[in-house]
Design a protein around this ligand. Structure first.
Ligand code: PMP
Length: 405
């Protein structure tokens, strides 16, 4: 049953805050902390069912396989995937996009083709495409920003020519929090027959996704951004697409039959999962999604956005500091720049006050170039943050700016 949302009760479920009671953790876009339910699920697996999956003839192996494949089902349900075999386990978003680029991209892209990516993208949704494009003679083009920090939709429609084979978009910018209008953008891409990949790393924990309603072809995310362990992520892809995609890594588990005369490959999803998978981590991810499913998710999201708004209202009262984008469709992320002060200095002072934030380019170099910045300071909120966290951060920021001015 869903209990009414309470940030204080949520926080009590995260052991990290027992070890660091005064920590103001506002670096959730980098990684989230883990509730006891997730830590317990991993430990329970190792204590009661640890074995390799898909290969053992013994009962522990069967228990491990059941738990691991059960996790795949849980994830498929969470994404509203039409088929469980559309869920591929990876190490994270980065590996998921590398899988798409190396398998789909390398087999489909030809000389002269265009991969169209947004300026908001994380390096994980740029570099894998550049590597493949360079190899096959395709080019990578960028959808520019508008004055509000959103994507320039007029420019997007003009860039959508028949040469565009892939459109790659983030669900939510990991820097400014801007959420591009995916429905409209995906439908335009589909009209010209392009394949669409959505980077869900910053979306999965704040509203998630219904992949069937979304209408894209690929959706990638990392477990560690949604209260799950590191080392596990997912590439969801349409069944018809996966059926045509060649393997990208070779080894055990992904084959049907191997001989020196030639090898045949397993069906999806196993064709794309060479070697021993991250078993306990997948089980931890399923536990995290169960944990999230027990929350009042709309109240949780409203709480995160209210924290961001409280923070930004406080920022508006401070001198020499500006929010990078105040676009109205944004996740619980806020990025700042300062007049005459380097964000690194600010972040270091904030750490002295026990306030953890991120500083730098956040693996979004092209976005920072477009904004004419060499770095920004980012705060990002999660379910366990409180109004007191925001107020402490604002007071620390005010004191820091006074010192550094
Ligand atoms: N895309 C986005 C939007 C991200 O925020 C991140 C993580 N910073 C990634 C991709 C890469 O995720 P990972 O490092 O977990 O592979």
């Amino acid at each position: 049953m869903t209990a009414p949302f309470s940030a204080a009760s949520v926080r009590a479920e995260f052991p990290i805050f027992r070890h660091h009671p005064d920590l103001v953790y506002l670096d959730n876009a980098a990684t989230t902390h883990k509730p006891l339910a997730v830590l317990d699920a991993e430990r329970h697996f190792y204590e009661t069912a640890n074995a390799n999956v898909h290969r053992a003839a013994h009962r522990l192996g069967a228990a491990a396989t059941d738990a691991f494949e059960g996790a795949r089902h849980r994830i498929a349900t969470h994404l509203n995937a039409a088929h469980v075999d559309e869920v591929l386990f990876t190490r994270g978003t980065t590996e998921a996009i590398n899988l798409a680029a190396n398998s789909w991209g390398r087999s489909q892209l030809r000389r002269g083709d265009v991969v169209l990516l947004s300026t908001l993208e994380h390096h994980a949704n740029i570099v894998p495409w550049q590597l493949v494009a360079q190899e096959v003679g395709a080019s990578v083009q960028a959808i520019p920003l508008d004055a509000d920090g959103n994507l320039d939709l007029t420019a997007y429609h003009a860039l959508l020519t028949s040469r565009v084979r892939l459109v790659g978009l983030t669900q939510c910018s990991n820097t400014t929090g801007v959420q591009p209008p995916l429905t409209e953008m995906i439908s335009a891409a589909k009209q010209i027959g392009a394949t669409v990949l959505i980077d869900g790393a910053q979306g999965i924990g704040h509203g998630g996704v219904d992949v069937q309603a979304l209408g894209a072809d690929f959706y990638a995310f990392s477990g560690h951004k949604v209260y799950a362990p590191t080392g596990i992520g997912v590439l969801w892809a349409r069944r018809e697409l996966l059926a045509q995609m060649p393997p990208w890594q070779g080894g055990g588990e992904m084959i049907e039959r191997v001989s020196f005369a030639g090898t045949t490959f397993a069906e999806p999803p196993f064709r794309f999962e060479a070697g021993t998978p991250p078993i306990a981590q997948a089980i931890g991810l399923a536990a995290a999604l169960n944990w999230l499913g027990e929350q009042d998710v709309s109240a949780l999201m409203a709480h995160e956005i209210a924290l961001r708004d409280r923070f930004e209202a406080g920022i508006a009262m401070l001198p020499d500091v500006h929010i990078l984008s105040s676009h109205n469709s944004r996740g619980p992320i806020s990025a700042l720049r300062f007049d005459g002060i380097h964000p690194y200095d600010v972040a270091q002072f904030l750490d002295g006050y026990g306030v953890a934030v991120r500083v730098g380019q956040h693996c979004a170099g092209p976005l920072h170039q477009a904004l004419g910045l060499d770095a920004s300071l980012r705060v990002s909120f999660a379910a366990y943050n409180s109004e007191a966290d925001v107020d402490t951060a604002l007071a620390a920021l005010a004191a820091t700016l006074e010192l550094l001015a």
